[in-house]
Write a protein that binds this ligand. Structure first.
Ligand code: IPE
Ligand code: IPE
Ligand code: MG
Length: 248
């Protein structure tokens, strides 16, 4: 900890919420003649180095896309590995993260019966243990899909309107946001996707409405806290307009 050179960083313009689409694990493994699962295992170090970096930089929210609602379409062996791996990682990292004051949260459809019960229980335990922590909100987007999140929000609102506890006039942007998986999650300021792909793949569509994007052309297992800092520095050079007229 504490080994990043932060001299070029503007402390007043640190992105509050950074999203990480950790992509390229399979290609990293293929390039070494290893099974795809070895790439996922290698990606763990990159994720936790990024968490250390986020703590140093002073990022308040970091969301890591670890399993999408579309990832069930992979081979059964890989899906089974990812279910086990995401659980094992929680068990191994939870206490260290807790000591560092990290609050662990999970965004996704956790009611899905395909998620092993043990995994579900460990996610609930990790969020319960760390719920009062304040150094960093670390969100695992697990079995996450933005379209499902928005459909779930709409359904919850529809139930309230049908019950008469909410009127249709109250259905506005704030109401939709209040029914997302993590209602206090702020909008994304910066989204980083590794591996050279330039797409969101159903990641936080609502929250990314005005996010800046950085696409390091490296595979996820090669990503480090230095790459995170570089992306933040690039973000700080951008002019965000939010629909207003530009300066130049
Ligand atoms: C990202 O790496 C990890 C997950 C989607 C879980 P990939 O597994 O997508 O790696 P590539 O894109 O096939 O190289
Ligand atoms: C996005 O990566 C999902 C995660 C990082 C968990 P994918 O590798 O699944 O996305 P596509 O299929 O290339 O769009
Ligand atoms: Mg991929």
């Amino acid at each position: 900890m504490g080994d990043l050179d932060l001299s070029g960083l503007d402390p007043d313009r640190v992105p509050r919420h950074v999203g990480l689409i950790l992509d390229g694990n399979g290609r990293w493994a293929n390039a070494r003649g290893l099974p795809r699962t070895a790439g996922h295992a290698a990606g763990e170090a990159a994720l936790f180095d990024s968490v250390e970096g986020a703590l140093q930089i002073g990022i308040a929210w970091l969301t890591a896309y670890t399993f999408s609602t579309e990832n069930w379409n992979r081979d059964a062996d890989e899906v089974e590995f990812l279910m086990w791996f995401n659980e094992d990682l929680l068990l191994r990292r939870r206490d260290d993260l807790h000591r560092q004051g990290v609050r662990m949260l999970f965004a996704g459809d956790l009611t899905d019966p395909r998620i092993p019960d043990r995994n579900r229980r460990h996610m609930a335990e990790a969020s319960e243990l760390t719920r009062s922590n304040t150094t960093l909100n670390l969100v695992f987007a697990f079995n996450y899909g933005s379209r499902r999140e928005l459909a779930d929000s709409a359904r919850q609102i529809a139930v309230k309107v049908a019950e008469g506890t909410m009127s249709s006039d109250q259905v506005d942007e704030a109401a939709v946001a209040a029914h997302l998986y993590i209602p206090d999650m702020p909008d994304l300021d910066l989204v980083i996707r590794s591996s050279g792909e330039h797409r969101l793949s159903n990641f936080l569509l609502w929250q990314a409405a005005y996010a800046e994007f950085v696409f390091p052309g490296i595979l996820w297992p090669d990503f480090t806290q230095t790459h995170l800092l570089q992306a933040v520095l690039e973000y700080q050079q951008r002019e965000r307009r939010f629909g207003k007229a530009g300066k130049g």
